[in-house]
Design a protein around this ligand. Structure first.
Ligand SMILES: Cc1cc2nc3c(=O)[nH]c(=O)nc-3n(C[C@H](O)[C@H](O)[C@H](O)COP(=O)(O)O)c2cc1C
Length: 326
């Protein structure tokens, strides 16, 4: 079957991105193609304290497609409790964040800091697996820095601890999100375990996705930044790598409609004021290949009113050329 990856609908995954892969984005990307979706990361201590904002992020019960909910933290027992809570809130499967490079997270001995403590990382995975019937996966990096590249050892630990699959981002913590992702380490990880492996990093075209599969033999691919401003991208990857269908050009009118739909769903989810504020970054991403983008962004940044925001988006996208390559 095309794109077979365990019982997921495809082998193509939208990467978890804090502040981005929220309900409005997941809904849109799901409508535009065949793709598996992650949530934003959910802090285990906050969800266990029943923090309302965190609960809202974790609640995927109203979504009629599977969502992998990602947990972050460092206490195995809090992970176990959090896994039960997110299962009740509709998670299709549970992912453990062992790759986040952000200071606030690693300072808490969470995210990629766990790559330096395999015993604790293993305990977190085993306790989470014990607490739920859902699949538990782990997302991690090449290593902490170039002097401590341990992705292969880490991958084996994940498998031995009961992870159903893993996702590896080919950068070290020290690299953050810059420099090149190392696809060799992705191949080495794939060769070292029997559970399915997802490769992540530097996929910016459908051809990159195909190349990663050929070069590393991974079972699935994951894309983050390449999907920003292009909700069709993941579906196009699915269609290309599994069905050999070339991606089509997206028209400015389609971009406008997608952006307005996202804005509307943001209004429902966050309220009008916050929706307009969040939409600013999307306006930049959606207009990145269009004419007069700089001027439009400058104007849009000064808009606070929802109706004016809609009008500005309509005016800008409707006066563009027929088609555009993303
Ligand atoms: C704004 C932003 C937020 C992110 N948040 C998370 C997160 O919450 N959890 C996680 O595991 N990775 C997170 N990541 C990392 C991505 O999932 C992905 O590994 C990374 O962007 C590399 O893939 P790419 O080259 O396709 O963007 C984030 C990345 C970005 C750019």
């Amino acid at each position: 079957m095309a794109g077979k990856f365990l019982d997921f609908k495809t082998n193509v995954f939208l990467a978890p991105m804090a502040g981005i892969t929220d309900y409005p984005l997941r809904k849109l990307v799901n409508e535009k193609g065949v793709v598996n979706l992650y949530s934003e990361m959910v802090a285990v201590n906050a969800i266990n304290r029943k923090n309302p904002k965190t609960y809202r992020i974790a609640d995927v019960s109203k979504e009629n497609y599977p969502v992998i909910v990602q947990l972050v933290g460092n206490d195995p027992l809090l992970f176990a409790d959090a896994a039960k809570l997110v299962a009740d809130l509709g998670a299709y499967s549970i992912d453990i964040n062992m790759g986040c490079p952000v200071k606030k997270i690693v300072g808490n001995n969470s995210g990629s800091a766990l790559m330096k403590d395999l015993a604790l990382a293993s305990k977190i995975i085993t306790e989470t697996v014990k607490s739920t019937n859902l699949k538990v996966s782990v997302k991690f990096r090449k290593g902490w820095d170039n002097n401590s590249v341990n992705a292969v050892e880490f991958a084996k630990m994940c498998e031995d601890s009961g992870a159903s699959f893993i996702a590896i981002h080919g950068r070290t913590r020290a690299q953050g999100y810059s420099g090149e992702a190392d696809w060799n380490i992705i191949r080495e990880v794939k060769e070292s375990v029997n559970i399915p492996v997802i490769g992540n990093g530097d996929i910016n075209s459908v051809y990159d996705a195909q190349k990663m599969i050929e070069e590393t033999n991974v079972d699935g691919v994951m894309v983050g930044r390449g999907a920003l401003g292009n909700p069709w991208f993941l579906g196009q990857i699915h269609n290309y790598i599994n069905l050999k269908e070339e991606p089509r050009a997206i028209s400015p009118i389609e971009l406008k409609d997608a952006l307005l739909q996202q804005l509307n769903d943001m209004v429902y989810f966050y309220g009008k004021e916050m929706a307009v504020s969040i939409s600013r970054k999307y306006v930049c991403w959606y207009s990145k290949n269009l004419r007069d983008a700089k001027k439009f962004r400058e104007t849009y940044t000064k808009i606070y009113d929802y109706d004016l925001a809609v009008k500005a988006i309509e005016d800008y996208f409707e006066k563009q050329e027929e088609t555009v390559s993303l």
